[in-house]
Every structure is written in structure tokens, then in C-alpha cells.
Design a protein around this ligand. Structure first.
Ligand SMILES: Nc1ncnc2c1ncn2[C@@H]1O[C@H](COP(=O)(O)OP(=O)(O)OP(=O)(O)O)[C@@H](O)[C@H]1O
Length: 370
């Protein structure tokens, strides 16, 4: 368990943050610029000292003001990857990587150069110097260097912010592999929602120095007050599904979750693989009964749990579908006519889904009328 509970004055800015997250996977700190995300990971790294609170990872306490524990930066064994790669310009890629490794006593090295080079696809770059590398390649080297320092925890501060969309799409699968294969907890700072949806296991939403919401990506993205905190108006819930089967003759795949099934254009993943989809609120139509004679194929039964204004003429509704959540945006008039209120059973018709980038093998895909 990652357990962070800290208070810290930074000039006039007050940080008052508390969250716990599973150690496994990626914990994404998400929020607007200036909300305090970097300050949190700086405190975890030991670069700054909170005024009070504690920071624990697994059985290790990095900081505890009550117990007067404050482990020195170098003893925390935390890897830090910044927005800019901060590689040593005069050293080759190999020397940059070995720099991380050399700082750890041989007996404590669990992660070796070869597997990291393979994981991050660095083999052909080893003799090059940073100057000639693309932004994405430099970030992969920076990730490798951080990994080889044998971290107990990996912190990433907007590691893709300086990359264009193409380079970002290139590096994302490497970060996913690192998440899935290395068994090192990662705390990722990001203000890019697509990155968070793609990578996060746990999402911590931060606004003005405080935690507004934290939990699974599906649970946090299913909140109706998200846009007030993030400024992102592209509301849409996130579902975690698995590939149930492919319908080759129609080039479709059936995805399942505890709330039902969705049929989507053929995804390039095997049966049983996890798939995360974002379903924008504007792509969900609500009905009181399953419609007949329509081209829409995806209907999910659910129940309204919350309703909130989302514009002068629209409301957003939170719909519980199994253990998951969908958000639908409908006109205020429709909500009134259908008597949509918490407790009301509804059928959600899904007009379109947004795939994780690259899942279709050809960049972000939006599909309407699946
Ligand atoms: N040492 C400091 N002294 C004074 N103010 C500080 C200090 N460190 C951070 N701040 C302020 O705290 C606030 C939060 O900064 P922080 O960098 O943590 O936000 P952020 O969410 O990571 O933003 P960004 O995405 O832009 O990096 C900002 O208003 C910043 O100016």
C-alpha cells in the first residue's frame, strides 16, 4: 500500500493531501496546472519536507512527523523521471544507463542492464549520445536509467508532456510494459486525461492542494463534479472490460463486464485481454425500455444514481451499470419528460466508444453507431 498523508505550506500555497493506493500498477495524480501534483511527488521523493503527516510505501516509512522519521533522499530508493530527460549529454546511452546501476552495491542489484534494454527497446541506441536522439528515445533512456538505480518506487512527472502526439504514442506502450512487467509501483503526475485513462490503476484527482477524489479510474471518472475540478468538459465514464469473443464475419468484437456486453469494431487483442473504454456522456442515450427497430446494438440496463446540471439546457446523469458507472448527458427537457431521477431504472444506449489510443492499430479511433 502507498499511504500518503501530508500537510505542507509552500509560500502561500497550502498542500493538504491524503490518499492511499495499491502498490501494484500506476497511481496517477491528475489535476490542473498548479494544483499541487509535483509538490506531492517532491515530498514522496524527499526533495522537500512536509510540515506534518506521513509517507509510507509497503512496510517502509519514508516520513512520519509524529515518529520523527525522515529518510534521506538517497536512502529512499526512489527513481524520478522528469518532463525533460536530463540525460548526461557527454555520455553514451550505455553510460547513462550504467550510471544508475553503478550507484547501487552489486549485492542489491535485482534489475540488470540487459532486460531493461530489451524492455525499453534501447539496443540499437546504446552507443549513441543523447543529442541525436528523439524526445521519445531520450525519455526511454531516462526511464531505463531510473529503473537501473533499482528503485523501490518510480515517480514520473509529466514524462510525456514535452512529446508530440506521435512520440507520445510511441512511448506509451513502453510505460505500459514497465507497469505490467517490472513490479515496481509508479506514481505518475499528469494533466493529460488520455494518459491517465490509458495507464492508471488508481487515480487521485487533485484540486487546489487537496484530494478531490481517489480510487479506481472507473470510479473517479464516473463522478459528475469532475469537470468543475479539471476544467475538462469532455465528460465520459470509463469502463474496464475483457474481450469475450470476436465475430470475424462482421469484423466485430464482443466486450464484457459485470454490467453487460458491448459490441465494438474488431479490436486487436486476444480473447480474455483487458480493454478500457471511455464512453463520452454525449454518446449515451437514455430510454425507459429497450428500443426496437433501431440501428443501435449496444444497450445496457442500469439505474440513475445522481443527476447534476451540466449546462444551461443539459443535465448529466450517473448511471450504475453492474458495479460500473456510465454518465449520460441529456437535455433538461428530456430528463423532465422521462422523469429521470435517482432510483429510476433506465436503458443506456451507447452510440459510440472512444478506444485507448493505438488499440485499433491506427491511432485514436472514435466509432459511432457500433
Ligand atoms: N517552494 C515553493 N514556494 C512557493 N510556492 C510554491 C513552492 N513550490 C510550489 N509552490 C506553489 O504551489 C503550487 C502548486 O505547484 P505544483 O508544481 O505542485 O503544481 P502542479 O499541479 O504540479 O502544477 P504543474 O502541472 O504546472 O507542474 C503552485 O502555485 C506553486 O507556485
Amino acid at each position: 500500500m502507498l499511504d500518503v498523508s501530508i500537510r505542507q505550506s509552500l509560500g502561500r500555497f497550502q498542500l493538504d493531501i491524503a490518499f492511499t493506493a495499491e502498490e501494484r500498477g500506476v497511481t496517477a495524480l491528475f489535476g490542473r496546472s498548479g494544483s499541487g501534483k509535483t509538490s506531492v511527488i517532491n515530498a514522496i521523493a524527499g526533495l522537500t519536507r512536509p510540515d506534518s503527516g506521513h509517507i509510507r510505501i509497503g512496510g517502509t516509512t519514508y516520513f512520519d512527523s509524529a515518529a520523527r522519521v525522515d529518510v534521506a533522499v538517497e536512502k529512499r530508493r526512489v527513481g524520478y523521471v522528469f518532463q525533460d530527460s536530463r540525460l548526461f549529454p557527454h555520455m553514451t546511452v550505455r553510460s547513462n544507463l550504467e550510471f544508475g546501476l553503478r550507484r547501487v552495491p552489486a549485492a542489491e542489484r535485482r534489475i540488470a542492464l540487459g532486460p531493461v534494454v530489451d524492455l525499453l527497446g534501447l539496443g540499437h541506441l546504446l552507443d549513441r549520445r543523447p543529442r541525436g536522439l528523439s524526445g521519445g528515445e531520450k525519455q526511454r533512456v531516462a526511464l531505463g536509467r531510473a529503473l537501473l538505480a533499482q528503485p523501490r518506487l518510480l515517480l514520473m512527472d509529466e514524462p510525456m508532456a514535452s512529446l508530440d502526439a506521435g512520440r507520445k504514442a510511441e512511448i506509451l506502450p513502453y510505460i505500459e510494459r514497465l507497469r505490467d512487467e517490472m513490479n515496481i509501483p509508479i506514481v505518475l503526475v499528469s494533466h493529460a486525461l488520455d494518459e491517465v485513462i490509458r495507464l492508471a490503476t488508481t487515480m487521485v484527482l487533485i484540486g487546489e492542494g487537496r484530494v478531490v477524489a481517489s480510487g479506481s479510474v472507473g470510479a473517479v471518472m464516473g463522478r459528475l463534479d469532475l469537470s468543475a475540478v479539471t476544467g475538462i468538459h469532455d465528460t465520459g465514464a470509463v469502463l474496464d472490460l475483457t474481450v469475450e469473443r470476436h465475430v470475424e464475419e462482421d469484423a466485430l468484437s464482443v466486450l464484457a463486464f459485470d454490467g453487460g456486453r458491448l459490441m465494438v469494431p474488431r479490436v486487436g487483442r486476444p480473447v480474455g485481454a483487458p480493454v478500457r473504454l471511455q464512453i463520452h456522456a454525449r454518446d449515451v442515450v437514455l430510454a425507459l425500455e429497450p428500443p426496437t427497430n433501431t440501428s443501435l446494438r449496444n444497450t445496457l440496463s442500469g439505474r440513475v444514481t445522481e443527476i447534476a446540471e451540466s449546462g444551461p439546457s443539459s443535465v448529466d446523469l450517473r448511471i450504475a451499470v453492474g458495479e460500473s458507472v456510465l454518465i449520460a448527458r441529456v437535455t433538461r427537457a428530456a430528463a423532465r419528460d422521462l422523469d429521470l431521477a435517482p432510483g429510476r431504472a433506465v436503458v443506456a444506449l451507447v452510440k459510440g466508444v472512444a478506444f485507448e489510443p493505438d488499440m485499433m492499430g491506427a491511432g485514436p479511433a472514435r466509432v459511432v453507431d457500433v
